[in-house]
Ligand binder design. Structure first.
Ligand code: ZN
Length: 522
């Protein structure tokens, strides 16, 4: 995909239309970034009593963003440009064509939603989240069920309005993973599942499973703060264009082309909480910092999808951070920061202690292997809800039965079952599958990296992460969302998207750590 900015020949009025359309998209992105700054501040800095006024501020900016996004003049410009491009008028680069089509497609989706529905969804999401916080606290499914029923009804209506030609669940999925279709995702998950189920079973049957006592010692917070900052900087996160703060739930938020903010939380008795939180969020941050700043606010400077975003965070968190070369480099530094806890540990011991497989009720506490089973369960259930194949009232029973079948344990309360995630209460349906797609993409990318950069393990042992980051920048980051996620990943790796590398990667790392001699099912 050519990304050059050299001037092209097009009829002068069309050229100036294009310039105006791009300027409008950038202005909208500037407003939207104010919204994201307010959100960051709310999660990290806001005093408790400031919440109500912050809600007013956020609503005011959200309404400005919505007005800017749906401005009729912008729609007219983009329609004219698209028609003239289609008719062969003017001399446009591929990037300019895709930019117009993407912007127009986004705008049409927005315009197809009646204002009444947008407002009702916004209100239902706010009510839903508040009800969810209370319901989870008291494990009160009945208190949340009417809110979820309302959200499911509204999201179904949204799907039908915005993409009338798609299956309703696909329309929602398309918002998070453009071009993905649930039948393909479902087929991919069906192929992934047996390899994971077999690995979980084999790991659980291991007579010498890894233990993580080494990581459950005292790690003073001040030392952790310097340590994780050093690690983030070393893998390439640019602190002149970003920062790390503390929040209850870690996240990465971008406030501008040169302002990317990560957060983490701290646990003085378990090192991985902050370290892997930061590796994960810094992976998102490296992607954001690798997007083209000259195209900020335009498809060329925006992330391809949630799945691709997650592939970047998972790659650094799991495929780099849990690898032996990483600990060969990192352990001497960690020993200096945490002499009491780690002075006798070897890189092999630390690495092995990071590969514990332990089925648990809560998704956000899950290990790398069982995590995908949590996602598949949510994907199947939310799809059935949207398609009307499962009633909201029957959801808790469906959840518990499926959970028992997949994990061999049954949630004792709704809070540790169906009520554990915030997503559905915030209207995020069609979002969960992007987590496992991210895992699939990350393993496929790493397999391609290993072929392209045979010296990578030695480079990482020497603390050189540049070659890996450069590969990701070149193959993934610089394309923004000019290419759909599926073709982007196949183009980057030279192979069609497949679950094969994730299954192989999990077996290759977790098998030996559990003393397994069996091979993955073929
Ligand atoms: Zn993430």
């Amino acid at each position: 995909m050519p990304t050059s900015d050299e001037p092209r020949r097009s009829p002068p009025d069309l050229r100036s239309e294009y310039v105006a359309a791009a300027a409008h998209a950038r202005r909208t992105a500037v407003l939207a970034s104010v919204e994201s700054l307010l959100g960051w501040d709310e999660q990290t800095m806001l005093p408790p009593a400031g919440g109500a006024y912050r809600a007013d501020q956020a609503a005011a900016v959200a309404s400005l963003v919505h007005t800017a996004r749906t401005e009729p003049a912008q729609r007219d410009r983009l329609e004219r440009l698209a028609t003239s491009m289609e008719g062969g008028e003017g001399d446009w680069s591929d990037e300019e064509r895709v930019t117009v089509l993407r912007l127009l497609c986004d705008l049409r989706k927005q315009l197809r939603l009646p204002a009444r529905l947008v407002e009702e969804i916004a209100r239902a999401c706010i009510d839903g989240q508040q009800a969810w916080v209370e319901a989870r606290r008291h494990s009160d499914w009945k208190g949340f069920a009417p809110h979820l029923a309302r959200l499911v009804r509204l999201k179904r209506e949204q799907a039908t309005c915005q993409s009338p030609d798609l299956d309703p669940y696909d329309a929602l999925l398309d918002d998070h993973e453009p071009g993905a279709r649930s039948s393909d995702v479902s087929a991919l998950f069906d192929r992934l599942r047996p390899g994971i189920v077999a690995l979980v079973r084999a790991c659980r049957g291991s007579r010498c499973p890894p233990r993580d006592d080494l990581l459950r010692q005292h790690f003073p917070r001040a030392a952790q703060e310097s340590f994780v900052r050093m690690v983030a900087e070393k893998i390439g996160f640019d602190f002149a264009r970003g920062r790390i703060d503390t929040s209850e739930h870690p996240f990465c938020s971008t406030t501008g082309p040169h302002d990317c903010r990560l957060t983490t939380r701290w646990d003085e008795s378990y090192l991985p909480t902050a370290l892997f939180g930061v590796l994960h969020e810094a992976g998102h941050g490296l992607y954001e910092q690798g997007l083209r700043s000259d195209a900020f606010g335009l498809p060329g400077g925006e992330a391809a999808s949630l799945g691709v975003h997650e592939s970047q965070s998972r790659l650094w968190e799991n495929l780099v951070g849990r690898s032996l070369p990483f600990w060969e480099w990192c352990l001497p530094l960690a020993r200096r920061m945490f002499p009491e806890a780690l002075s006798d540990a070897s890189p092999e011991e630390v690495q092995r202690s990071l590969l514990v497989v332990r089925p648990s009720l809560i998704r956000v506490e899950a290990d790398e292997v069982t995590y995908n089973l949590h996602i598949m369960l949510r994907f199947d259930l939310e799809r059935a809800l949207i398609r009307g194949e499962l009633a909201v009232a029957d959801l808790p029973v469906a959840w518990d039965e499926r959970f028992e079948q997949d994990f061999g344990i049954r949630p004792a309360t709704a809070a540790e079952g169906v009520l554990q995630d915030i997503h559905w209460s915030a209207g995020l349906i069609g979002y969960f599958p992007t987590y496992t797609l991210g895992n699939v993409y990350s393993a496929q990318m790493m397999a391609a990296v290993e072929t392209d950069l045979p010296d990578l393990p030695a480079a990482i042992t020497a603390g050189r992460f540049g070659p890996l980051l450069e590969w990701l920048r070149e193959r993934v980051h610089k394309h923004g969302r000019l290419i759909d996620p599926g073709p982007l990943v196949s183009g980057a790796t030279g192979r069609p998207v497949s679950e094969r590398w994730l299954v192989e990667s999990l077996w290759a790392r977790y098998g030996p750590a559990h003393g397994l001699e069996t091979l993955p099912p073929s």
